[in-house]
Design a protein around this ligand. Structure first.
Ligand code: SF4
Length: 313
């Protein structure tokens, strides 16, 4: 069953992920990012070698696995900081780097088992592409739902195929819809990543993404800002004046619009990104995560608004 934090925590004005986890487990649950050393078909040549325009070869992966640090050790290291900072006792493994279903089922099982068998693990989140999943892989992932909380995170970014082509995603919205249909009914929670400020998109197109996701059968959303990372194709576009990032006010207003259009049952796992400052090129305000986060809260309050305010079934 999908629980919503919204009714309990109205002052937050949207169903935030931390509250959702706290309600499920009665305490703080901390995500630990894991790099399983996989690749991505949009980088290894299966689809393309260029990758998405905003991704650099390092940007999507921490490189931990390549440095010889096993999944188990990454979790052990991650826990040290979380215990010290938050006194956390329960954890989720977040398979974040690259495409975490882009391998055999045997290897996937080995990766997930290694993470989940660590002490204090209550579940996992698996980041992947909608074109890197099939029934066999979903059966494997679903087999963990009996004992663990399982989220499958599909990178979509936009419902507009023209935009997906511009950013070189290498898949379509239809691929995403197919993946969601295939995932539904297995006890797996589905999260979708979207990006605001993609090249060629106006405000109505961004709102359209929220509207179409609202009834798509997903359970969670991560909202990101498109920021420019050094060494990416987007970096070239930005230097050539072909890409202008959103202003902070524009972004904050659009996040509020998106929240208003999504039903309150959808768990909002992120409302902006948190780039590494040494990699960030523009906009520089993207590096001030807390400021943007607070700005969104205040804007919702000033609008007297909340998640789902403009949602229509
Ligand atoms: S799908 Fe992910 S890892 Fe692959 S190129 Fe795009 S952003 Fe990078």
């Amino acid at each position: 069953m999908i629980w919503t934090a919204f009714d309990m925590e109205k002052k937050k004005r949207y169903s935030d992920y931390n509250t959702y986890l706290r309600q499920l487990y009665g305490q703080r649950v901390q995500k630990i990012s894991v790099d399983a050393g996989l690749s991505c078909p949009n980088r290894d040549g299966s689809i393309s070698r260029k990758g998405c325009i905003y991704c650099n070869s390092k940007g999507s992966g921490s490189g931990m696995f390549a440095k010889g640090i096993s999944i188990k050790d990454q979790i052990a290291n991650g826990k040290i900081g979380m215990i010290k900072k938050y006194k956390a006792k329960k954890f989720l493994a977040y398979f974040q780097s690259y495409t975490n279903t882009y391998t055999s089922c045997d290897h996937m099982k080995q990766m997930y088992d290694e993470a989940l068998f660590c002490e204090g693990m209550v579940g996992m989140a698996i980041g992947t592409r909608p074109d890197c999943i099939d029934a066999q892989k979903l059966d494997l992932i679903a087999s963990y739902t009996k004992d663990y909380l399982v989220w499958l995170e599909y990178g979509l970014q936009s419902v507009h195929d023209a935009t997906l082509a511009i950013i070189n995603r290498g898949h379509t919205f239809k691929d995403f819809s197919h993946a969601v249909r295939l995932t539904q009914g297995r006890g797996i929670n589905i999260c979708t990543h979207i990006i605001l400020g993609l090249p060629g998109e106006d405000k109505n197109m961004m709102r359209e993404t929220a509207k179409r996701l609202a009834d798509s059968g997903i359970h969670g959303v991560k909202i990101h800002l498109l920021y420019v990372i050094k060494g990416t194709f987007l970096d070239k576009m930005w230097k050539n004046g072909e890409y202008i990032p959103m202003e902070q006010t524009e972004y904050v207003d659009m996040v509020c619009d998106v929240l208003e259009l999504l039903p309150k049952e959808i768990i909002i796992q992120r409302i902006t990104g948190d780039p590494h400052l040494d990699e960030l090129r523009a906009p520089l305000w993207a590096g001030r995560y807390r400021e943007t986060f607070n700005y969104i809260q205040h804007t919702l309050e000033n609008r007297d608004s909340f998640q789902g305010k403009r949602y229509k079934k």
